[in-house]
Every structure is written in C-alpha cells, then in structure tokens.
Ligand binder design. Structure first.
Ligand SMILES: [Zn+2]
Length: 236
C-alpha cells in the first residue's frame, strides 16, 4: 500500500472527523437539501483522475454539482440503445430530470487516458481498450510527446462537446437557449483551467478569459471544424 493511501484506521478517523467537525457547521445546508431536494444547475463530466477536484476548482459546495466521472471525461455516442451506459444515463437524468443549465466537460494535463490512447493498455483491459476509442478522433498523427498529449487532451474535450450535441435532449435544450456547454482543460501544475472558446476555436486561460467557456453551437460549426484541423506547421 502506498503512503498516499490511508490505512483503514485512518479512513475511519476521517469519517469520524467529517461527522464531528464538518457536518455540524453545515448541518442546516444538508437538511435543506434533503427537505427541498437537490437542484444543481451544473452537470460536471470529469476525468476520474484523483488530482482533479471539482469542488476545489469551482468553489462549489453540497447540492451545486451533479457529477459523473469516468476514465478520460468521455461522452459515449448517443445510440439510443438500452445498454448499461452509466455516463449516458447521468446525462439524461441531469438534463431531463434536474434541468441543469450548463454541462461542463473537464479534461486535464497529464491525463493517463489520453496517454493510453496513444500507448495502448494491457490486453486484459478489454473494456478500457473499447472505452479509449472515444478519444480516437482527437488523436494526432504523431508520436506521443508532452505537446501532442496536451493538444490531444484539449481536442478530446471539444470532441466530447460535439458528441453531447448528438444527444437529442441536449441539442434541444441548447438550441432553446436553456442549456450551455463548457469545455475545460485543467492544467494541474499551473492550478489553472483553460476554457474552450468556440468563437476563437481555442482554449483560453481562465485568468484572462471573458467567460467560463462556450461550447459548440450551430453558428460556430465552421470554427469547430477549424479547431480539429491542425495546421501542419503546428505539429510537433
Ligand atoms: Zn484523466
């Protein structure tokens, strides 16, 4: 067991600490959320990476984020089938039941999923192999390098936003102006989110951005196309 993994006794101590230290300070909030139900305005689709901490990044508290996380922060294609599609179910629930006002897709630097999409995974990891195909269209025709990986992480975020627009209920709400899509790329070592700006067809650091990100909408289809066309001179 690595040093970063708390021993069971340590985990138990942490549970007790939550109950005795944190909960009393926020008891009313939790009880209101039970009495009134949850009404989160945001669906956060994030990578499972342990270094991505949505509550820290957004300053959100209980009841504010409806979260689904998976390896790579990928959005499966909407195929209308009745398979056990956990991420798809979460998207449907967030849009149709919770009526969220925004969906954030959040990738990050040094993403193991994106690296594995280039380098491969053990043969035994068959589900993972199939899952990583959801990043296939974002891959660059180059060897994996730090620059290529970062670009691919960002391209993957945009790809997932595009795929979200194939969900009938997402497209309907976006076109009605009741839902916005936001693509984020979190650079762990800088402590900064870069937000996708569809008009600029690129990612802008949150410290200088004018908004928290605009997803692909109908008027910007051409720009999205450009985002996926990497000029040859830009290739590492
Ligand atoms: Zn990741």
């Amino acid at each position: 067991m690595s040093e970063a993994t708390p021993a069971p006794a340590e985990l138990l101590l942490r549970l007790r600490r939550f109950h005795s230290n944190y909960f009393p300070l926020h008891q009313q909030r939790f009880q209101d959320l039970v009495a009134d139900g949850q009404h989160p305005k945001t669906l956060f689709i994030g990578c499972s990476d342990s270094r991505l901490v949505p509550y820290l990044l957004t300053g959100a508290g209980p009841g504010e984020l409806f979260i689904v996380r998976n390896v790579g922060a990928f959005v499966p294609p909407y195929d209308g089938s009745h398979g056990l599609h956990g991420t798809t179910a979460a998207i449907e629930y967030a849009v149709l039941n919770l009526h969220v006002e925004r969906i954030i897709v959040c990738g990050h630097s040094h993403c193991g999923a994106i690296r594995a999409a280039y380098d491969g995974v053990p043969d035994e990891a068959r589900a993972l192999q199939a899952w990583l195909k959801l990043a296939q269209e974002a891959l660059l025709p180059v060897q994996s390098s730090p620059e290529a990986l970062l670009r691919t992480e960002q391209r993957s975020v945009v790809l997932q936003l595009e795929r979200l627009m194939d969900y009938p209920m997402v497209r309907r709400e976006v076109e009605a102006g009741r839902l916005t899509l936001h693509g984020w790329h979190y650079v762990i070592e800088d402590g900064e989110i870069h937000v996708f700006d569809a008009q600029k067809a690129g990612f802008v650091p949150a410290s200088t951005a004018s908004n928290s990100g605009t997803g692909p909408y109908q008027p910007y289809v051409e720009y999205d196309g450009q985002a996926f066309t990497v000029p040859e001179e830009d290739l590492p």
